[in-house]
Design a protein around this ligand. Structure first.
Ligand code: SF4
Length: 349
């Protein structure tokens, strides 16, 4: 592993990421936490709220998703929400402390008419003084430009998993389709939000592969949501084995090391996590969560429970602050080299 004078890298190698996974847990968390502290306030967590503005009947076959029209799930399909409904939800989110309001629609890609409807929603939320994020499927470059002109702050489009494992999860669009959408979003000047889902039966190498893809994009995403699979009845992943929470925490830590300035979001699946696991994720470098009782269609810990946990940990809900202190990152990279070398020597001996 090499150290550089720049504060971030986009040339990570698979074996370097695997080496990080193999560090003793305490060494990994120590490294991640140092990088976290050097780039962010470790006691502040950015809070977003996510609203499904159009639910169900999606033509894609994402194996984890209750909204896919390919699976018989108990989801209630809903038409596109009205602007009033969006406004009421966004106001409630703002009052609960959210600084960003994300809207998701279950589309493969938006038609131009759909996009116009979404743009009106963005305007409503912006008028409330909140940051906006939308996730409405694949975008063309002109569509991304249109959203930028409307003032959209963030676009979410997840890579989901490694390129190698991807075909086990989705067959109706390619990995390259996803990368293309991310490129269009980036080129338009909208902030990129992109992450993935753990616990879909993928290997550690796949988890490393996902992080590698994100970290080696030409520019790191501003926001990286790391989700734990929520197993939904009726989807192909309903009975997949549980992922060890320590592996989840390790992945958060490595995301923090690879992408020091990014907001790493502890995303779906928190409902199933105990407070101690979440606290370790915050220590390892997670500094963003979704707030509110539902995450698109899945359950999320109630706002009060989140507040109580923040109080116990002395964490403040933060309005978004992208300022960072990169000064010590190259020194920390050198330390990662040393730690990995020591751990490799230990395992060889
Ligand atoms: S994850 Fe998105 S694209 Fe995939 S099935 Fe669900 S709503 Fe459709």
């Amino acid at each position: 592993m090499h150290s550089e004078t720049t504060s971030t890298r986009n040339d990570w190698k698979k074996h370097e990421v695997i080496d990080l996974y193999q560090l003793p847990f305490n060494d990994l968390l120590y490294l991640a936490h140092r990088i976290f502290r050097e780039n962010h306030d470790p006691n502040k967590v950015q809070v977003s709220t996510l609203l499904s503005v159009k639910t169900g009947s999606c033509s894609e076959d994402c194996s984890y998703c209750p909204q896919s029209g390919h699976y018989d799930t108990e989801i209630e399909k809903e038409r596109l929400l009205s602007l009033d409904e969006v406004k009421i939800n966004a106001k409630a989110a703002r009052e609960a402390g959210a600084s960003r309001f994300c809207m998701g629609a279950a589309w493969r890609n938006p038609s131009d008419k759909n996009l116009d409807q979404v743009i009106k929603m963005i305007e409503v939320v912006k008028d409330l003084g909140m940051e906006t994020c939308v996730t409405v499927g694949m975008l063309t470059e002109p569509q991304a430009q249109k959203l930028k002109t409307a003032g959209l702050d963030y676009y979410n489009h997840n890579l989901d998993t490694s390129p190698e494992f991807y075909g086990n999860v989705i067959t109706t669009r390619t990995y390259q389709d996803r990368l293309d959408t991310l490129e269009h979003v980036r080129n338009s000047g909208i902030n990129v939000c992109s992450g993935g889902i753990l616990g879909m039966g993928e290997s550690r190498e796949d988890r490393a592969g996902l992080l590698l893809q994100l970290a080696n994009l030409p520019q790191h995403p501003e926001s990286v949501p790391i989700n734990m699979l929520i197993k939904i009845k009726g989807t192909p992943l309903e009975h997949v084995d549980d992922l060890d929470p320590f592996e989840f925490i390790r992945t958060i830590a490595i995301a923090r090391i690879l992408m020091p300035k990014t907001y790493v979001r502890l995303s779906a699946g928190r409902e199933e996590m105990n407070e101690q696991t979440q606290a370790l994720c915050f220590f390892a470098g997670a500094n963003s969560i979704f707030y509110g009782e539902t995450l698109l269609t899945a359950k999320n810990p109630e706002t009060e429970k989140d507040r109580a946990l923040f109080n116990k940990l002395g964490i403040q809900a933060d309005s978004v602050n992208d300022s960072v202190n990169p000064s010590l990152h190259s020194e920390v990279n050198a330390e990662i080299d040393t730690q990995v070398a020591v751990s490799q020597a230990a395992s060889i001996n």
